[in-house]
Ligand binder design. Sequence first.
Ligand SMILES: Cc1cc2nc3c(=O)[nH]c(=O)nc-3n(C[C@H](O)[C@H](O)[C@H](O)COP(=O)(O)O)c2cc1C
Length: 287
Amino acid sequence: MRKVLGIIGSPRKLGNCELMVKEIANRIPEKHHLSLLRLADFDIRLCRGCYNCLTDNGNCKVRDDFPMVARAMAEADAFIVAVPTYFLGPNASLKLLLDRSMGFSEQVWGKPAVGVVLAGMEGKEGYARLGLLNFLSLILADIKGVEVVYAALPGEAVIEDKNLNAAKRLGAALFGHPLPKGSPACPVCGSDTFRFVDRFHVQCMLCSNPGTLDTSSGRPAFLINRSDHGFFLAPEGAKTHKQWLRDMKKKFSEKRKELKEAALSYLRDGDWIKPEKGVEPEEPGPA
Ligand SMILES: Cc1cc2nc3c(=O)[nH]c(=O)nc-3n(C[C@H](O)[C@H](O)[C@H](O)COP(=O)(O)O)c2cc1C
């Protein structure tokens, strides 16, 4: 039986993210078992930027609950990821997880995944969809579909037919055909978010490739040129990227003295405000 892992970015119990994950899972036609991860239940700390994971069998020096989450992801066959919009972006849960994933991501490459963004106000999801796509792309998931669902109050997501239909589409797509991409999408990576560099030239905000906006056919299309690196697009690119980082680590060792000298001249600038000792982090209250 296929193992589906629901990754829930919201701390709210029985909130819209959780309900949508369960609703999507209920709509998967194939036989499966659903396991659930509420990211807020786990102590996942910030990546320290030490790159130890690049050289030490993927081992991360930070001691926290991250290995449990990584193990659950490695054991799953497919993912349903739901994240709430907070202040026009995905809440921090997915980013904390993604930033720590460098050492283990190869274990999850290629797994089918669907995603859903929850937002309380129509049109106010900001870059949350891009953030979720970014997470799924960078773990090199086989992205079968991402939808934005509007629901403010906990529970509201599953009382609207259009949200239930979105869940039905995503459930069917997880082990089936990918959903069609709606708005003009990047032909290289499938993202629909672009930055205008000038009047005609754009840059895709997911794969970073440059291109142009073409309106000649009457329907806008983005013509994006694949650059010679595909760092974040396919296993080969991800491996090249890791090698590039390892080379940078070597370069750092060679230039360490010069860099340290430059940095040390800033050492005494400013007064640091430090956390008070002995203050326990507050436990989150009931949702
Ligand atoms: C701190 C905070 C910030 C939010 N910011 C936005 C926002 O920028 N745009 C929006 O549409 N909804 C926003 N919302 C609403 C949530 O995205 C929405 O209620 C969602 O359904 C929550 O999912 P959950 O029930 O799984 O937590 C915010 C909610 C919170 C708690």
